[in-house]
Design a protein around this ligand. Structure first.
Ligand SMILES: Cc1cc2nc3c(=O)[nH]c(=O)nc-3n(C[C@H](O)[C@H](O)[C@H](O)COP(=O)(O)OP(=O)(O)OC[C@H]3O[C@@H](n4cnc5c(N)ncnc54)[C@H](O)[C@@H]3O)c2cc1C
Length: 356
């Protein structure tokens, strides 16, 4: 019997949707990762693992209290802005939960109810519409499988294959690649470092401490200079006094930056895109977990009224996220134009509200 709903991707968006869908639906949640396996860090999503206030609020609204086992020290109440373009440093208050991203994803998948079939270690390959159904293929341990569903959900992140398969003209061209390296550290710095330097990137770079590990990351233009720019960033940070030890690992991911809301796509009557697959992510800070949670929550509301006409309902509900992304795009010049940013940081005005 075909599934009513097949969700591809068990990240924050896919797990939240699976948890909130009406139990009368026959639901499949499929992910290429096996979050129950001990293999670390191959299974972890490349991410800063900071839960921003909007995401904390959204989890609270859904009655989800983040367990202490997901958190890592130090908790972060301060952003240290290092503006190399203007040679200015400023601190401002902001309350993040500092998390182990893998533990967060494991907590979310463990909260999916038992009526949902969970297929981990299964890599989605393709899908095609057939007789008012969607036929899709995936592999498990190298073997191909085919399934059918009434509605397929692309919750497979910024590089969504569901989106590419069904909407080839609406593919996302990610202009940025993020490189993040983990280093041993004995210095637990209790702030989130946000670094601006136009010689490195027109987006931004970051440092985050997690226990005895320091993350240095950067969202870089996707070209063959990216790794050289990353090396330059590390040298500049060392010269600026950042102390860190041996490298543990390097990870990377494409990163979306929806500079126009026209890059956002929510799907059609047989397919819904949710979270980063739809293009929901902050264009100013690349914070994406709150958008994944919110869009999944709205999609569950639209689908729980019935599958007929769910797409217009979903679009209406996510109009709030479109507005929010438009607003963030409006503040990007203040954040990413060195001259304007310098003026704001020097003025000491509410930098928090303008930046991030
Ligand atoms: C370097 C970096 C740092 C970031 N830091 C932060 C941060 O600190 N805070 C924050 O809020 N946001 C951050 N983000 C953004 C955030 O990680 C994402 O926006 C968020 O995870 C999106 O959630 P999602 O559920 O839509 O997609 P994802 O979390 O990407 O989940 C997609 C899921 O789909 C699965 N999948 C993908 N392809 C397939 C396939 N073919 N078959 C089967 N399964 C598949 C993946 O395994 C994954 O489990 C960061 C992003 C990057 C790149």
């Amino acid at each position: 019997m075909p599934y009513d709903i097949a969700i591809i991707g068990a990240g924050p968006a896919g797990c939240t949707l699976a948890r909130l869908l009406d139990r009368s639906y026959r639901v499949l949640l499929l992910d290429k990762r096996d979050l129950s396996s001990e293999e670390y860090p191959g299974m972890s999503k490349c991410c800063g693992g900071l839960l921003a206030p909007d995401a904390q609020k959204m989890l609270g609204r859904m009655g989800m209290a983040v367990p202490a086992s997901v958190l890592v020290d130090p908790q972060l109440f301060l952003v240290r802005t290092i503006d190399f373009d203007n040679q200015i440093e400023r601190y401002y208050q902001r309350f993040y939960f500092n998390m182990d991203r893998l533990a967060f994803d494991q907590w979310l998948i463990n909260s999916v109810p038992e009526n949902v079939d969970i297929a981990q270690g299964c890599t989605f390959k393709s899908c095609t519409p057939s007789d008012n159904r969607i036929q899709f293929t995936f592999t498990y341990k190298g073997k191909p499988f085919t399934e059918k569903c009434r509605i397929i959900i692309g919750a497979d992140g910024g590089h969504s294959l569901v989106r590419k398969s069904l909407f080839p003209n609406k593919g996302i061209q990610s202009e940025y690649v993020s490189v993040q390296e983990w280093f041993e550290t004995k210095n637990s710095v209790p702030w989130y470092g946000a670094i601006f330097d136009k010689t490195i990137t027109d987006f931004y770079s970051w440092t985050i401490t997690k226990g005895n590990v320091l993350f240095i990351g950067s969202a870089l233009k996707k070209n063959n200079l990216a790794l050289d720019k990353f090396k330059m960033l590390k040298m500049k940070l060392r010269d600026n006094g950042l102390v860190y030890g041996a490298k543990i690992l390097r990870e990377g991911a494409f990163i979306m930056r929806p500079q126009k809301v026209s890059t956002i796509h929510t799907g059609n009557q047989n397919c819904a895109l949710v979270g980063e697959a739809a293009g929901f992510i902050s264009p100013s800070s690349a914070e994406g977990i709150s958008y994944a949670l919110k869009s999944a929550y709205y999609l569950s509301q639209a689908l729980n009224e019935g599958v007929e006409g769910f797409q217009p309902r979903y679009r209406k509900l996510v109009s709030e996220l479109y507005r929010n992304i438009r607003l963030k795009n409006l503040k990007c010049p203040a954040m990413y134009n060195p001259l304007l940013r310098g003026l704001i940081l020097r003025s000491g005005l509410k930098a928090t509200e303008v930046l991030f």
